[in-house]
Design a protein around this ligand. Structure first.
Ligand code: MSP
Length: 508
């Protein structure tokens, strides 16, 4: 029986270039995909772009570009960045796709037919940054959106279509109570329960074409386009061919990865849209906090602390970035990032602790054992101990990992890399090689070290697939076992090693 797993990222607004937040969620989704594939699951990972709404429309106008050209340009840019980041998406979302738009209209019509959509006049405050209506209590003392203070909220007075939300509130709360895994981690589940603790306003699901044209036309009133969040959320279904029945087995295993900034649309609007359409809810919402600059300052061009993913990978390589993001995200609060932090982590962890050990041991082996990896002799207690530690440290990646668990799994790999370095230094193979009667002992130490590194590298293919793959080629390792778990002694004694290159050349 094949197990299915469907992982989604948010689809990103194309009003600007891809930034570190976009890179982060999509890379984490990729790590979870590789983890689940290692466990033997059949996977779909979707990521992509949200092409509708006022913000995108105005961005195209600002550049004086025809809208289709603008969208095509940005789409290509985002897709190119995700390719460079080794995000192995199975489906790249574009909401301008005809099939998506038709399915969204179908969903709206079915909800309309159930008398859950009403037309009425609305006056209120709108934040273009969030593409959301705001209550006074959502705004700062200056009356601005706390997430987009420089964008200036707008006053609207319009007739629009609204989805009734309140009839579904109790049911959603019950669903959250019955399914503790529905929203993770717990702090965000509590935040969501808080959002649902008071009666819900109707959700405005349209924009008059007099104001916004970039969107999906309402099937029951052609003077309006669909509110961008309604159409964007529906991507999660349209990507897997809903309303075609083939969507069902994938949908049953759907996990949404989102940043904390978009908990409300995913935790309130989306489940209620689905209930209104008579559809099942996704299995899980995995929520993460944000990246901020060094010292906890928000990243901004004026401060000059913006971390551009493309600049980082040009200077340090994609795995320096993937490693930093996987290793240093905190589950409970915002995490700090800067180019210097990434460099430091790259040099000290990937370079000194992992890459150096690999090149030292492998080069030594090639030089002293005729280009080969020697066969081991009898194992000592020290050998058994390090092998046991390596299994314990990597075992976690042989099981299901959740988004919030990724950093701890990386931590255990670094801890065992320290132990491996200590083992290598204490065993001192360069001394053992000097005497004939310790030569076999030397062979064993080299074999144990490189075989342990192989296990670590197999585990790391889930996180830094490019570098880990190169390391396994250097070691001439056989294909990893599938489903994956850490297994010792899979390197062949007395076999040729590949060319040894420096995996993580030191920077600065
Ligand atoms: N288009 C909507 C999402 C629609 S999903 C149906 C949107 N787009 S966005 O371009 O603003 O991207 C939002 C996502 O980017 C966040 O949920 C998060 O995944 C990521 N991040 C944006 N800034 C971030 C940080 N500073 N740190 C980490 N991730 C953050 O909202």
């Amino acid at each position: 029986m094949s197990m299915k797993s469907y992982i989604t990222t948010p689809i990103y607004y194309v009003n600007g270039s891809p930034h570190i937040g976009h890179a982060f969620t999509s890379i984490m989704a990729d790590i979870l995909k590789r983890n689940r594939m290692a466990l033997g699951h059949e996977l779909k990972l979707s990521t992509g772009v949200d092409e509708h709404g006022q913000k995108n429309q105005e961005a195209a106008a600002d550049l004086g570009m025809p809208i289709d050209d603008f969208l095509a340009m940005r789409c290509k840019e985002f897709q190119g960045v995700f390719d460079k980041l080794d995000v192995a998406y199975d489906y790249f979302v574009r909401t301008s796709r005809e099939g998506h738009k038709q399915a969204v209209a179908g969903m709206e019509q079915s909800i309309f037919d159930r008398d859950l959509i009403i037309k009425k006049n609305y006056t209120g405050t709108y934040c273009k940054g969030c593409e959301e209506f705001k209550k006074d209590s959502d705004l700062t003392e200056e009356g601005q959106c706390p997430l987009h203070p420089t964008m200036k909220v707008e006053q609207t007075d319009e007739t629009n279509y609204f989805l009734k939300m309140e009839p579904f509130r109790e049911r959603l709360l019950q669903h959250i109570a019955d399914n503790p895994d529905f929203v993770q981690p717990e702090a965000f589940r509590n935040e969501l329960k808080q959002m649902l603790s008071e009666p819900l306003d109707d959700l405005c699901i349209s924009r008059p074409k007099t104001r916004v044209t970039l969107g999906v036309e309402l099937p029951f009133d052609t003077d309006f386009v669909t509110y961008v969040w309604f159409d964007a959320l529906a991507n999660y279904l349209t990507n897997i061919d809903w309303p075609d029945e083939s969507y069902a087995p994938w949908w049953a295993e759907c996990e949404h990865l989102i940043g904390k900034d978009i908990l409300k649309p995913h935790g309130v609007y989306w489940p209620i849209m689905l209930m209104a359409a008579g559809l099942p809810l996704p299995k899980k919402l995995s929520v993460h906090s944000h990246w901020v600059g060094a010292g906890g300052m928000k990243m901004s061009k004026s401060i000059g602390n913006v971390v551009d993913p493309m600049e980082v990978i040009a200077e340090l390589g994609v795995d320096a970035l993937r490693w930093y993001l996987a290793r240093h995200m905190r589950a409970d609060s915002d995490s700090q990032i800067s180019v210097d932090f990434i460099k430091q982590t790259y040099n000290t962890e990937l370079g000194n602790k992992i890459g150096n050990l690999l090149s030292r041991a492998a080069k030594f082996s090639k030089a002293r054992f005729d280009g080969k990896l020697p066969a081991p002799g009898a194992l000592t207690e020290a050998d058994e101990a390090i092998r046991k530690s390596v299994i314990a440290a990597t075992e976690g990646l042989g099981g299901w990992i959740s988004l919030a668990e990724i950093p701890a799994r990386m931590q255990s790999i670094i801890t065992v890399a320290d132990e491996m370095n200590n083992y290598f230094a204490e065993q001192a193979p360069w001394e053992l090689i000097k005497n004939d009667d310790t030569r076999e002992r030397c062979q064993t130490v080299i074999y144990v070290t490189l075989d342990c590194l192989r296990v670590v590298m197999e585990a790391l293919t889930q996180v830094i697939p490019g570098s880990a793959g190169r390391a396994l080629t250097m070691l001439n390792a056989p294909d990893a076992v599938h489903p994956w778990k850490p297994e010792l002694d899979r390197l062949q004694g007395d076999s040729d090693l590949g060319d040894i290159e420096t995996l993580f050349p030191r920077v600065q």
